[in-house]
Design a protein around this ligand. Sequence first.
Ligand code: NAP
Length: 107
Amino acid sequence: MKTTGNTVFITGGSAGIGLAIAKKLTAEGNHIIINGRNKERLDNALKELPGAVGIQGDFAVEADRIRVAEELKNNHPDVNVIINNAGAAFGYLLSERPMHLRKHRLK
Ligand SMILES: NC(=O)c1ccc[n+]([C@@H]2O[C@H](COP(=O)([O-])OP(=O)(O)OC[C@H]3O[C@@H](n4cnc5c(N)ncnc54)[C@H](OP(=O)(O)O)[C@@H]3O)[C@@H](O)[C@H]2O)c1
């Protein structure tokens, strides 16, 4: 795969690993479209990504997934790379309380 000149859509691109990938790919000459649920977080991330575009939406919600897909199809038909990164990482110790009762993040 060529690593420059792509149009890349990154779910969960407004923070963490997704934002780090967005910065790296922007620096390498790619057009970046990022997504996230929180509009303010999305707008702050865009300030760090010259030329990038944001599409707000919750990928756990079907209606949002369909809306975002339509927006990509209509306004960014040149997307040729999708990085499906949105999500959350939780760290658990098997010796501790049941998983669903813990709230410790990995970082
Ligand atoms: N960090 C780790 O050590 C680690 C380890 C293994 C796997 N991972 C995986 O790597 C991915 C990124 O992790 P991270 O540590 O970079 O997380 P992070 O810093 O919490 O960032 C998560 C990103 O995803 C967005 N997001 C979360 N849920 C979303 C949803 N339902 N729809 C749309 N956007 C959503 C967040 O923005 P909003 O909150 O505004 O939506 C944010 O932009 C996750 O899928 C995670 O499971 C991470």
